[in-house]
Design a protein around this ligand. Structure first.
Ligand code: GCU
Length: 447
């Protein structure tokens, strides 16, 4: 039994909707007194060497990396940062498939696949995977897979996208006093008016026209993004009898979202329209942290893309620039595992840093993107994370960025490690997608 799971996961979405249309997701303000925006305060720091074992021995061969050092680093991230997926994690099964041909003015074919998490025969949340593939295709197509923030209906104006349940924030909880105490977490059916609200971020037509498919899932289907979200998500399903919360090295919400991306990949491998050997996992911001971790955990992802993922993602934590671990832990205590709390204001004590997370993608192509005005995410730190992953790529006979001089705005570098910084703010834009498409085409040998 899952005593902590609300009834709607057991008795169906509609019953739930009647009961709980009232309130909100608690998302705290993200600025922190510890944040630093002064480059002169970055100071000197020493990065852990991805090519030196914990016992001090050097990694000198590709085989040593693959068989020993990579697992060692992966384990450090599991134990100290994202948390491990417990053996009791729910499995997933397909429970519904909707199909429509010739949508988006004839440009694409659409599927909506309901994937339900189950454990010991008990049913949990259903995530809706929205998949578009080009209507004109001569075989299975490469796909970009990414989680979205606002619900699948926000990705495109396509009136056929199912309106799912979304968790929303209640402005009342953010005024006059300690909002955390008064926060409630409730949800509602996504509003009609929110259709296409994020078209700029998803660029479905551009992606389809380039010969790719797009698969996306609302991340709240997996676990609502809130300190209060735990009981409603898949991590709660993994608790064993008598266990109130995950162990200190058990998964945080990011690892839960990443796990769901693997379950989505399980489905994509069964879909004849998808070239499952060419699925790129992509995410923005907290979901870019998630795509990096998903790509590390699951080597079936052919390309890993981090868009503005910042602290706890692609940005070097030891630079102490922009957001810091303290801010992550205080504002988003549910994202990382409990062990990560000990690194608040203690970045130098981390046994890893972002370059090692990026290097876990190796030898597969990995792309890191920044935006100039996104100082909170530390664009330079994201670049330096990608730079310092380079030696691992080189050891594996691949090409890192090949420079430690940060490129100018809109001057992408595309080797096996890719990077760009674009003009503008924290977002995903058509420019970003142009680069991801070009990077994927380069590595897939597409014209
Ligand atoms: C906050 C948070 C970041 C995160 C971002 C996002 O700004 O501090 O770490 O990346 O939200 O997900 O949009």
């Amino acid at each position: 039994m899952f005593p902590r799971l609300p009834g709607f996961f057991r008795s169906g979405v509609l019953a739930f909707c009647g009961a709980a249309l009232a309130a909100a997701l608690f998302l705290p303000a993200t600025a922190s007194a510890q944040d630093n925006y002064d480059e002169s305060k970055v100071g000197n720091y020493e990065l852990p060497d991805p090519l030196t074992f914990l016992n001090g021995k050097k990694v000198t061969t590709a085989e040593q990396w693959t068989r020993e050092r990579r697992p060692e680093i992966l384990r450090l991230f599991e134990d100290q940062v994202f948390g491990e997926v417990p053996a009791s994690a729910p499995l997933a099964r397909v429970v519904s498939v909707e199909e429509a041909k010739g949508v988006l003015g004839g440009l694409g074919d659409r599927k909506q696949v309901g994937i339900q998490f189950v454990r010991n025969g008990l049913a949990g949340p259903v995530m809706q995977l929205l998949l578009y593939v080009p209507a004109k295709r001569s075989g299975p197509v490469p796909v970009f897979l990414g989680l979205n923030f606002l619900g699948n209906q926000a990705v495109d104006k396509d009136p056929g996208i199912k309106l799912g349940i979304v968790w929303s924030r209640d402005t009342l909880t953010r005024t006059g006093g300690p909002s955390r105490d008064r926060a409630r977490i409730v949800s509602k059916i996504a509003a009609e008016a929110s259709r296409g609200e994020r078209v700029g971020r998803w660029q479905v037509e551009k992606i389809l026209q380039a010969g790719f498919g797009l698969a996306t899932i609302y991340y709240g289907d997996i676990e609502p993004d809130s300190v209060l979200g735990f009981p409603y998500g898949i991590r709660a399903m993994a608790l064993n009898p008598g266990q109130a919360k995950p162990a200190a090295d058990d998964w945080g919400a990011i690892a839960g979202w990443a796990y769901a991306l693997s379950k989505a990949m399980d489905y994509l491998e069964t879909d004849a329209d998808v070239d499952a050997k060419r699925v790129a996992v992509m995410g923005h911001s907290r979901l870019g942290k998630t795509s990096l971790w998903a790509g590390a955990m699951d080597e079936r992802f052919a390309i890993v893309i981090s868009n503005d993922s910042g602290e706890g993602g692609a940005a070097i934590a030891r630079r102490n620039f922009g957001e810091r671990t303290e801010g992550l832990n205080r504002n988003f205590p549910h994202w990382y595992c409990a062990n990560f709390k000990q690194y608040s204001n203690q970045e130098a004590r981390l046994p890893v840093d972002s370059h090692m997370l990026i290097a876990l993608a190796a030898p597969r192509p990995v792309y890191v993107a920044s935006a100039v005005e996104d100082r909170h995410a530390d664009p330079r730190g994201e670049f330096l994370g990608a730079v310092a992953a380079g030696p691992v790529y080189q050891l594996l006979g691949k090409q890192g960025l090949g420079t430690d001089a940060m490129p100018g705005v809109h001057q992408p570098i595309m080797h096996d490690v890719g990077y760009h910084v674009r003009a503008g703010v924290h977002d995903v834009t058509a420019y970003d997608w142009d680069q991801y498409i070009a990077f994927a085409k380069l590595h897939y040998g597409m014209k």
